[in-house]
Each structure stands twice: as C-alpha cells, then as structure tokens.
Design a protein around this ligand. Structure first.
Ligand SMILES: O=C(O)CCC(=O)C(=O)O
Length: 346
C-alpha cells in the first residue's frame, strides 16, 4: 500500500484535507478495469506522476502521487465528478489524500505492570483474587439473568442510579433503588481494602456492570468529578485486560464529546505520561486520590495484550462491576484543572 489514505470528509477542526501532491481516487483500479498505465495516461496530462498505488485492497481505489502539488490541483479540478475521456467516460471521485497515521503502539511498547505498587500512581490499588472463582460465577449468573442494555460495542447494566453517557453524569434525583443483594459479599469485602473505612460500604450507591466482548475496550476518561465521590472500585470478572493510565501534561477536564462517542481513542492527542497495569479476572482495582481525579483510565481495544513479553489473550468477554458513590454537591478536590465543578467554563 501507499502510506496514504482516504481523508475524512471534514477533519476534527472542520477543515477539508489540505492540498498536496497526493490524490485519493475512487472508482478507479484493476477491479473496475483500469490499469496503472491507464491511470498514468489520464493523470499524466496534468503533470509528471511519481507513483500510482492501490489505496486499499478493494482494487477500485488508487493513490496518485504527483511531483508537484499544482499538478494534483489541476487534475482534481478537471477530473473529479466528471466523465474522463481518457478512461472511456468513467467518473472518478477524487480528494486530496492524507498520510496514514501511525497506529498507537500496542501494550508491547508500554511496560505493563502486574502490581499497583510497580505502577506507582498515587491512589491506585489492585488486589488479586478479590472474589473466589465460585463467587465470580455467581455474580456472572446474577447479571446474566437480568436485562442488558446494548451500547455500540458493549452491554451495560446500571443499579442505584443510571449512568447517562451523553453527559457522563447521573441524575441524582432519579434513584433506582438499593444495590442488588447479589453484590452484598463484594461490598462487605471492600472494607478490607487498604485505607477504606467500614462505613464506605454503606455509602456506595451506584453500580455499573460492563460486558466487553473480546477486542473491545473503553475510551480514555476521568470519571466526572461532580458525578461521583473520590473512591471508585472496579471488579474484573470472566477475563483479563490491561488498563492504561494517562496523565496529560497540560491536561484539563474536558466536556464530553457526544459527537465523538464515548468509545473513541484519543491516542493522537497531546503528550502524556502513560502507565499500564494488568487486571486479571477476580481482581479489584481501586481508583482514588490523584489516580482517580487526575489520570485518564483507558482499556485498549485489543484481542491480545503483551504483558512483560507474554502474549495474553482476551477472553470471549470481560465483565466489570464498577462501584461508586454518587456526589450530591460540587467537587472540591485539589486537582482543579481536571475538575468540572471548579471549571465552570469547560
Ligand atoms: O471496566 C472497567 O474496569 C472500568 C469501567 C469504567 O471505567 C467505567 O464504567 O467508567
């Protein structure tokens, strides 16, 4: 392939792709009876063609690279959307092309730690084998006997309060009821967490159950400060994954982009510190303090994870139980730049 690709119609900043010497040409290629020589003949009328390459595996889209941007501009103006005499009247669809963005490296280039102390993010803790295999099966059976709500790529259930993906918040006036009895043992065990007081279990009032099929992850996000209190517990069941944490150097709390969707990776965004931890099934993660308020957490969309050189396959599904306490007033944390309560203009 050429290293160039089809641009989005409008880039994220709303601008069309920039003019360049490289064109993306659709309805053109061997699958529709157009040879490279035909393409060179048609486009060569506007300037010297440096290369013609397939744009993808369809055989019906090519990349035409000129030596000079002016030649590409002239070819686009003359040939886009019009019958092309040199190609027996074929109508081409042409845009400026863009270079293929390098893919964000998989877990392999980012060391994945097995313990929270190695991870070294203040406020992040992880306890392995937090529930037994028998308890895991009971929890899975309990949620599987209840209705799931389908999102674009995963299924969810909400208890206590519904999590609203459009606002990344809850409606604190819409209490759905107490957390179900099947999580009582888990809530009881949470009191054994380092630094967690006995009264914490009485305070937890919201549970989101996520079911991720193999290869599906979660976009990087900080749980909205004004939505939930400091401590967030996440129990992993049925399969492993890695969780990446990102701290943006000039990071700030950002209003959620509904248009982009909740599951979009923002790995092309500015420089950040990245750290990752392996979450085995039955482990419980606690996000608190700096780790909860100032670091984005993210589950890469991988079918396999590289953990210390070992290839770990994701299971057919991973189910997580995320326990939180809904906040009833504004957040007054010390991580103001990430805090929606303290950044009203965001
Ligand atoms: O699946 C997980 O462990 C994390 C879930 C999460 O971050 C969320 O629901 O906001």
């Amino acid at each position: 392939m050429s290293g160039y690709t089809r641009p989005r119609l409008l880039a994220e900043d709303g601008a069309p792709p920039p003019a360049s010497a490289v064109l993306y040409v659709a309805n053109c290629g061997p699958a529709v009876g157009v040879t490279d020589a035909d393409v060179r003949a048609a486009f060569g009328a506007f300037g010297e063609v440096a290369e013609v390459q397939p744009a993808d595996s369809s055989g019906a889209r090519v990349i035409v690279r000129f030596h000079e941007p002016a030649a590409a501009e002239a070819a686009l103006a003359a040939l886009h959307g019009r019958p092309c005499d040199r190609l027996a009247g074929r109508v081409l669809h042409i845009r400026y092309s863009v270079p293929v963005k390098p893919k964000a490296p998989r877990g392999g280039s980012l060391p994945v730690t097995l313990t929270a102390s190695e991870l070294g993010i203040p406020g992040i803790y992880m306890v392995e084998e937090f529930v037994t295999a028998a308890e895991e099966q009971e929890l899975l059976a309990a949620v599987d006997s209840r209705p799931w709500k389908s999102l674009a790529k995963r299924r969810v259930q909400h208890y206590g309060y519904e999590f609203l993906y459009e606002t990344r918040n809850v409606d604190s006036k819409q209490f759905l009821g107490e957390l179900p009895a099947f999580v009582s043992t888990v809530l009881e065990k949470i009191t054994s967490y380092p630094g967690v007081k006995k009264c914490t279990i009485r305070l937890i009032d919201q549970l989101t159950v996520n079911e991720y099929p193999c290869g599906v992850g979660l976009s990087p996000h900080i749980d909205t400060h004004s939505a939930f209190e400091e401590m967030i517990f996440s129990l992993s069941l049925a399969g492993p994954c890695i969780m990446e944490f990102r701290k943006y150097r000039n990071g700030s709390w950002r209003a959620p982009s509904v248009a982009k969707g909740a599951d979009e990776d923002i790995s092309q965004e500015p420089e950040c510190i990245r750290k990752a931890i392996f979450l085995p099934p039955r482990s419980m993660l606690l996000m608190s303090g700096e780790g909860r308020y100032a670091w984005h957490h993210y589950i890469p969309h991988h079918k396999i994870d590289d953990v210390g050189g070992q290839v770990i396959k994701r299971n057919s599904r991973r189910v997580s139980f995320t326990f939180r306490k809904v906040r009833m007033g504004p957040c007054d944390c010390e991580y103001k730049q990430f805090c929606d309560s303290q950044n009203k203009k965001c």
